[in-house]
Design a protein around this ligand. Structure first.
Ligand code: ZN
Ligand code: ZN
Length: 199
């Protein structure tokens, strides 16, 4: 007999572990990817070249993705997310927080530390859902700046209480602010579509 299934601490669907293996793997993927995304963003900040003409120098102009890429690469961008969680983990475990020189070094250190301790975080951390959501969000945002993709389309779905909830294909889970119903990723996307606007 299997032990009783409780909601996964990340997606709220029944699970035999505190966090599904798949939910944990998604967090691990983001942590492995973020240091490289951080470096790729530097590329995205370079002014665009036109044909064979000289590269435009100076600060990124209007219409260039420099703004978003710059935000993500600054202190408080990717560093703010992974660094904040890594420092939180150090404080909880009473580990010393190393003095890092650069934002890039903090991103590397934080992702490595969180990845190495992901099993414990998934078993014990009270805010593992917030960590999972923030990792999905920041890595998705970085990927979109690099590839120039548009943000994911938001879809209106109807909660059983009648309220319209806005979800995207990236949605990890959503709680209805009206009736507090909690939906996981697949459940949220299975809810009936809200009013469709004629094209
Ligand atoms: Zn899950
Ligand atoms: Zn509701």
């Amino acid at each position: 007999m299997y032990p009783a299934e409780l909601p996964c601490a990340v997606c709220d669907k029944p699970a035999r572990d505190r966090v599904h293996r798949g939910c944990r793997d998604r967090m691990a993927d983001a942590l492995r990817e973020l240091p490289q995304l951080y470096r790729d963003l530097a590329e995205a900040m370079l002014p665009a070249r036109r044909g064979d003409g000289p590269a435009v120098s100076g600060t990124p102009g209007r219409g260039l993705p420099g703004g978003d890429a710059l935000d993500l690469r600054s202190r408080g961008g990717i560093e703010g997310v992974v660094g904040g969680w890594a420092r939180d983990l150090c404080e909880r475990e009473r580990w010393e927080i190393p003095q890092q020189q650069s934002v890039e070094a903090i991103v590397d250190w934080s992702c490595g530390l969180l990845l190495a301790n992901l099993a414990v975080i998934c078993d014990e951390h009270p805010a593992v859902k917030e960590l999972a959501d923030e990792l999905q969000q920041i890595s998705g945002q970085a990927r979109r700046v690099i590839t120039g993709e548009k943000p994911p389309r938001r879809i209106g779905v109807t909660c059983s209480c009648g309220r319209t909830l806005r979800v995207t294909l990236d949605t990890v889970g959503i709680r209805c602010p009206g009736c507090s119903a909690q939906y996981g990723h697949a459940e949220a996307l299975r809810l009936p579509l809200a009013e469709r606007r004629a094209a």
